[in-house]
Design a protein around this ligand. Structure first.
Ligand code: GDP
Ligand code: MN
Length: 391
C-alpha cells in the first residue's frame, strides 16, 4: 500500500523523525485555518501518489494570503494523470541550507533492504543517481543484524558531512531504518531531507510503501482512508472479496488461478501459445461458490476479455464449490466469452459432473498447456483471433 506524503510523515513523526509543522486540508476553509496557525511563508503540496509532483506544479510556495488563496484554489482543481487532488498538505516553508536524499528500499537482486544516502538530494535525484553514481552511498541491511548509530555515522561521514550536521543526519538515518522495519515497508524514502539555514534537519517529503501482506498487522496504517475512486474499480472489488487481482494493459484472456505459482505458469503458457493474459487473479484459499463467482464476474468484466481460463487445484479448495460458483455466474450473465476449466483435486468428480452437465469445456487429467490450447481453439471457433479481436 502506497502512502500519501502526509501519512508517511505521520509514521516518521511516530519514529521521532522531525518534519516541518503542517496541517492537512480538504477544502479552502481548512486550508485558511492551517495558514492561520502556521504564518507565512507557506508551502502548499498536492497529496498525490504520482512522482515528479514538484516539477509538475504540485508543490507551490506562498509568501502571503493572496498568493496562498490563489494557490489553494488552483490546486484543488488539479489533476495529475488520473489522480484528482483532494487533499493539500499545508506546511511552514523551510529556509533551505542543503537538500539530501535518504531511502531504504528492497533490493530484489540481493533480496535484502538497501539503505541509500546522497549528500545531494531534491527533485533531480534520478539524474544524480545516473550521472554521479559516486555521490550515492549504499549499504545492504541484514534484517537479522540490528543497525547501530556507528554504522550510520560511518555512512554519513563517507558522504562528506561533519560535525552537528553529521550527527543529526545519522540519527535520522537510523530512525528511517527503524521506520522501514517497524512498519514492514517496501520503500521508505526522504527526499529531500532539508537542513535549514539554522542547521536543523527535517524530512520535507516522504515516500513510503507498506507491504500489503503485512497490513493486517498494522491497524493504524490499514485504517488510512482510501478513496475507492483512486483504486482501479475491479481491483477494489477483488480486494473486498479477498482475491488478488491485477489488470494488464492489453490482453484478451482472463485468468483465474488457484495459487500465484500456478497463475504465473498459466500466464507463461498463454503467452507461449500466442495469447495475451488480460489479468492475473489468484483465487487463494477458502474458495466458496460466492468467492469463485465474484472472481469470475471480475474477470469477465475486465476490458478486452474474450476467453477465460480457470486453472485451479482442489487442495484446500473444493472443486465442487468452485464449479457451483462458475455455474452461478454463467446462468446469471450468460457471458459471450468462452470459459475453459481445468480443475483437479478434492471433490473433482462432483465438480466435473456439474460443469459437464452445462457443456462447459473442461480438461480433466491434462496439463495447463492442454487447457490453454483448448481455450484458444474454442475461441477461434467463435471467430476470435489470437491477437485479440473478433474477426
Ligand atoms: P516531489 O516533487 O513530489 O518530490 O515534491 P517535494 O515535496 O520533494 O518538493 C519538491 C521540492 O520543493 C523539494 O525538492 C524542495 O526543493 C522544495 N521544497 C519542499 N518543501 C520545501 C520547504 O519546506 N521549503 C523550501 N524552501 N523548499 C521546499
Ligand atoms: Mn520529493
Amino acid at each position: 500500500m502506497q502512502l500519501y506524503e502526509f501519512e508517511g510523515k505521520w509514521l516518521f513523526q511516530n519514529m521521532g523523525i522531525p518534519t516541518p509543522r503542517g496541517h492537512i486540508a480538504g477544502n479552502l476553509e481548512e486550508a485558511r485555518s492551517a495558514a492561520h496557525k502556521l504564518g507565512y511563508p507557506i508551502v502548499v503540496k498536492c497529496q498525490i501518489f504520482g512522482g515528479g509532483r514538484g516539477k509538475a506544479g504540485g508543490v507551490k510556495f506562498a509568501e502571503n494570503e493572496d498568493e496562498f488563496i490563489y494557490c489553494v484554489e488552483e490546486m484543488f482543481g488539479m489533476k495529475f494523470g488520473k489522480e484528482k487532488v483532494e487533499k493539500l498538505l499545508i506546511e511552514e516553508k523551510l529556509s533551505v541550507g542543503r537538500e539530501l536524499y535518504m531511502g531504504v528500499t528492497l533490493d530484489p537482486g540481493a533480496s535484502v533492504p538497501l539503505l541509500i544516502l546522497s549528500a545531494q538530494g531534491g527533485m533531480d535525484i534520478e539524474y544524480i543517481a545516473r550521472d554521479f553514481p559516486h555521490k550515492l552511498f549504499e549499504k545492504p541491511l541484514d534484517p537479522l543484524q540490528p543497525q547501530r548509530m556507528y554504522h550510520m555515522i560511518e555512512m554519513v561521514s563517507k558522504a562528506g558531512l561533519t560535525g552537528e550536521e553529521m550527527l543529526q543526519v545519522s540519527k535520522i538515518l537510523l530512525k528511517l531504518v527503524d521506520c522501514y522495519f517497524t512498519y514492514e515497508a517496501i520503500t521508505a524514502e526522504i527526499n529531500p531531507l532539508i537542513i535549514d539555514l539554522g542547521g536543523k534537519a527535517f524530512a520535507a517529503d516522504s515516500k513510503v510503501e507498506i507491504d500489503d501482506s503485512a497490513l493486517f498487522r498494522m491497524r493504524e496504517v490499514s485504517n488510512f482512508e482510501r478513496n475507492a475512486e483512486s483504486l482501479d474499480p475491479l481491483e477494489a472489488e477483488a480486494k473486498a472479496a479477498g482475491v488478488s487481482y491485477v489488470g494488464m494493459d492489453k490482453g484478451n484472456i482472463g485468468l483465474i488461478a488457484g495459487g500465484a505459482g500456478l497463475g504465473m505458469a498459466s500466464m507463461d503458457m498463454i503467452s507461449a501459445h500466442g495469447g495475451a493474459p488480460a489479468n492475473f487473479l489468484d483465487l487463494g484459499g477458502d474458495a466458496t461458490p460466492s468467492k469463485t463467482a465474484t472472481a469470475l464476474r471480475i474477470v469477465l468484466k475486465t476490458p478486452g476479455v474474450e476467453g477465460v481460463l480457470i486453472n485451479a487445484f482442489g487442495g484446500i479448495n473444493n472443486c465442487e464449490a468452485m464449479a457451483r460458483g462458475i455455474i452461478q455466474v454463467i446462468e446469471e450473465l450468460n457471458p459471450p466469452q468462452t470459459i475453459v476449466v481445468k480443475m483437479r483435486g478434492h471433490s473433482q468428480e462432483e465438480g466435473w459432473a456439474l460443469l459437464e452437465a452445462r457443456n462447459i469445456p473442461i480438461v480433466k487429467f491434462g496439463t495447463t498447456e492442454e487447457a490453454v490450447i483448448l481455450l484458444l481453439e474454442e475461441m477461434r471457433k467463435k471467430g476470435v483471433t489470437s491477437s485479440g479481436r473478433f474477426g
